[in-house]
Design a protein around this ligand. Structure first.
Ligand code: ADP
Ligand code: MG
Length: 569
C-alpha cells in the first residue's frame, strides 16, 4: 500500500496523547475530530490557571482524589511546586505531562497575604488576636468568609476534577476502542491490500498475456491476409491447372489408344518375327550338323602326330578326310570347326537356337562321335572353357533379361543318364546307388513330346544355380562307375531344360524343351571285339545310336512316321 502512505505519513516515533504514532492506525486516529487533542492542552491550562488563582487565597490544593494520592506539593518562600511522582496516566494525559515532571505555580503575594497562606491556622490566629483588635477581627471574619467561599470553590473544583477525570477515562476508553477498531481495520486493510496486490499481479499477468495475444492476433491477421492472397493466386492457378490437366487427360487418352494400337501391332509383329525367325532357321535346316575336329592332346603330341584328323575343308562346310596325304572321303556339314576354334566359336552357330526355345520351339543338340573325340568337352567343357550346355543357358538368361518387360519365364533343368537301356536321375539324392532304386521310364505325352515322369526338376533363376546343377549332374555321372572315363563314354548324358513362357502383353503361354545330349562313344563293335558285359554295353549303345539315326533321317526326309519308339535298329 505504498501509494497510501504519503498522505498519512507522520514522523516515526512522534507521539500524540501518549501513544506511539508509528502505527498507521494511530495516524488515522490523529485526524479524528472526536479526539480533543487541542482541548486537552486548553483544559489543562485553564485548570492550572484556576488552581493558581485559588492558591492566592488558599494553598490547600488537594488533588489527592483526582490525582489519587500521588502528588507532592512543595512550597517554599518564593515559589510553589506541584510534583507528581506516580500520577495516574489519565491525569497525566490531561495535563500533557509525563510521570516525574513538574510545573511551577507563581508565588503568592506574601506582602499582602502572608498569614492567609497559613489558612489551617486561621482559627488559632483568631483565637490569639480576637478581641485584641477590631480590625483584625473584621479581617478575620472577612478571611473566614473568604475561606468558606474558597472551600466551596475547592469543592466545586474537586467535583469538576472528578468529572473531568471521568470524562478523561471515558475518552481513553473510547480511544482504546477506537484504537482496537483501528487495529482491526488496519488488519483488514492489510489483508485487502494483500488481496489487491495479488489481484494487481494477476491483472498485470493477464494484461501481459492479453498484450501477447493481441500481438499474436495481429501477426495471425497479417498471415491470414497473406494466405488469402496466396489462396487467391492458387485459385487462379488451379483453374489453369484444371485446364492443363484436361488437356493432358485428353492427350493421355489419345496416347493410350495409340499405345493399345501399338501393343496390338507389336504382338502381331512379334508373332510374325517369331515365325519368320524360325522359318529362317528351318531354311537353314531344321536339322543341322556341325563338325568339330579337336586339337592334338598331349599324348598325341608326344607321339609325334601333327594333327588329330587330316582333313581339308571348304568355306561351305565340305570336309574331305585325308589319309597319308590322299583324299579319302568327303562329308558335307552345315559348319566345320577346326582345332583352333574355341568353345565360343562353336557356340556362335548354336546360340540362335536359344531364341527358338524361348519362342516356344523344341530343340535338341547332340554331340556324336567316337570316344575321345571331344563330345563331353564340347557339351560340358571345363571351368575355364565352358561348353554348349552352360553357354546355352547363359544365352537363355540374357534373352530373358532382354525380354523382361514383355515375357516372364520359368526354367527348370533335369539331368539324366541312359546306360544299358536304364535311365538314371543324376539330380536325385542318392544317385551313388547303382542300379537306381526307382525305375524311370520314357512316356509320350499327348502333344507328341516325350518325358520321363518322376525326374528331378531343378528350378534355376541365375547362372550360378545353373552351374551348380550342371556340376551336380556331371559329378553324379562320374561317381556312378569305378572307371569314370570308361563309364561316361558308354552312357548317354542328357540335360533337359524346360521353359515355360508367358507373354505379358497378351497372356499367351508357351512350353518348350531343349535337350542337350552328350552321346556315348560310337565305336564299331567289330573293332572293339568285346565280349560279355562289355558286349552288351556296346550293343545297347549301337542300337540306340542307330535308332537315333533313323529318327533324324525320318525327320530330315520329313517322313510321315518318325520312329521315336522303335527299339530295333
Ligand atoms: P569324348 O567325350 O568324346 O570321349 P572328351 O570330350 O572326353 O571326349 O575329350 C577327350 C580329351 O580331349 C579330353 O581330355 C578333352 O579335354 C580333350 N579335348 C577334346 N576336344 C578338345 C578341344 N577342342 N580342345 C582342347 N582339348 C580337347
Ligand atoms: Mg565323353
Amino acid at each position: 500500500m505504498a501509494d497510501l502512505d504519503p498522505p498519512f505519513h507522520t514522523d516515526p516515533g512522534s507521539s500524540m496523547l501518549g501513544f506511539s504514532l508509528t502505527s498507521p492506525d494511530l495516524v488515522i486516529c490523529a485526524g479524528s475530530p472526536d479526539l480533543p487533542s487541542n482541548n486537552s492542552r486548553d483544559s489543562t491550562d485553564s485548570f492550572l490557571n484556576k488552581c493558581h488563582q485559588k492558591m492566592e487565597t488558599a494553598l490547600e490544593l488537594s488533588l489527592d482524589k483526582g490525582i489519587k494520592g500521588s502528588q507532592e506539593i512543595k512550597r517554599n518562600r518564593d515559589q510553589l511546586t506541584v510534583r507528581f511522582s506516580t500520577a495516574s496516566p489519565s491525569l497525566i494525559h490531561v495535563l500533557s505531562l509525563s510521570p516525574g515532571s513538574s510545573f511551577e505555580l507563581p508565588p503568592p503575594d506574601v506582602s499582602e497575604d502572608k498569614d492567609n497562606s497559613m489558612m489551617p491556622y486561621a482559627d488559632d490566629a483568631e483565637n490569639e488576636h480576637g478581641g485584641s483588635s477590631p480590625e483584625l477581627a473584621i479581617n478575620y471574619k472577612r478571611q473566614k468568609v473568604e475561606l468558606a467561599r474558597m472551600r466551596k470553590e475547592m469543592e466545586e473544583l474537586k467535583k469538576e476534577n472528578c468529572l473531568k477525570t471521568k470524562e478523561c477515562q471515558e475518552a481513553l476508553k473510547s480511544l482504546q476502542e477506537l484504537q482496537n477498531e483501528l487495529m482491526r481495520k488496519s488488519m483488514h486493510v492489510g489483508s485487502l491490500a494483500f488481496a489487491i496486490e495479488g489481484q494487481v499481479k494477476e491483472k498485470s499477468k493477464w494484461f501481459s498475456s492479453l498484450r501477447d495475444l493481441a500481438r499474436k492476433l495481429k501477426i495471425m491477421k497479417m498471415e491470414q491476409m497473406k494466405l488469402s492472397e496466396e489462396a487467391a493466386t492458387y485459385k487462379s492457378c488451379l483453374q489453369d491447372v484444371n485446364c492443363i490437366s484436361a488437356t493432358i487427360q485428353s492427350k493421355i487418352n489419345q496416347q493410350e489408344e495409340l499405345h493399345n494400337d501399338l501393343k496390338a501391332k507389336f504382338v502381331e509383329g512379334a508373332k510374325e518375327r517369331k515365325e519368320l525367325y524360325n522359318k529362317v532357321l528351318e531354311l537353314k535346316g531344321n536339322i543341322r550338323v556341325f563338325c568339330r575336329c579337336r586339337p592334338l592332346n598331349s599324348e598325341e603330341s608326344t607321339a609325334g602326330a601333327s594333327v588329330a584328323v587330316d582333313f581339308e575343308c571348304s568355306s561351305d562346310g565340305e570336309l574331305t578326310v585325308k589319309s597319308n596325304g590322299a583324299f579319302r572321303k568327303t562329308y558335307k556339314f552345315d559348319s566345320v570347326f577346326g582345332p583352333q576354334a574355341d568353345q565360343a566359336d562353336v557356340f556362335e552357330d548354336t546360340a540362335p537356337l536359344a531364341t527358338s526355345v524361348l519362342d516356344g520351339y523344341n530343340v535338341c543338340i547332340f554331340a556324336y562321335g567316337q570316344t575321345g573325340t571331344g563330345k563331353t568337352y564340347t557339351m560340358e567343357g571345363t571351368d575355364e572353357a565352358r561348353g554348349v550346355n552352360y553357354r546355352t543357358l547363359e544365352e537363355f538368361f540374357r534373352i530373358i533379361k532382354e525380354r523382361e518387360q514383355l515375357y516372364r519365364y520359368d526354367i527348370t533343368v533335369s539331368v539324366l543318364e541312359v546306360y544299358n537301356e536304364q535311365i538314371r536321375d543324376l539330380l536325385a539324392s542318392g544317385t551313388q546307388s547303382v542300379p537306381p532304386t526307382k525305375r524311370l521310364e520314357i512316356r509320350q505325352s499327348g502333344e507328341g513330346t516325350h518325358h520321363v515322369p518322376g525326374l528331378t526338376e531343378a528350378h534355376v533363376n541365375n547362372m550360378s544355380q545353373v552351374w551348380e546343377v550342371l556340376q551336380t549332374g556331371s559329378n553324379a555321372r562320374a561317381i556312378g562307375s569305378t572307371n569314370s572315363n570308361e563309364h561316361s563314354s558308354r552312357s548317354h548324358c542328357l540335360h533337359c531344360v524346360m521353359v515355360k513362357g508367358e507373354n505379358l502383353l497378351n497372356g499367351e503361354c508357351t512350353k518348350s524343351k531343349l535337350w542337350l545330349v552328350d552321346l556315348a562313344g560310337s565305336e564299331r563293335i567289330a573293332k572293339t571285339e568285346v565280349q560279355g558285359e562289355r558286349l552288351k554295353e556296346t550293343q545297347n549303345i549301337n542300337r540306340s545310336l542307330s535308332a537315333l539315326g533313323d529318327v533324324i533321317s525320318a525327320l530330315a526326309t520329313k517322313s510321315p512316321h518318325i520312329p521315336f519308339r522303335s527299339k530295333e535298329p
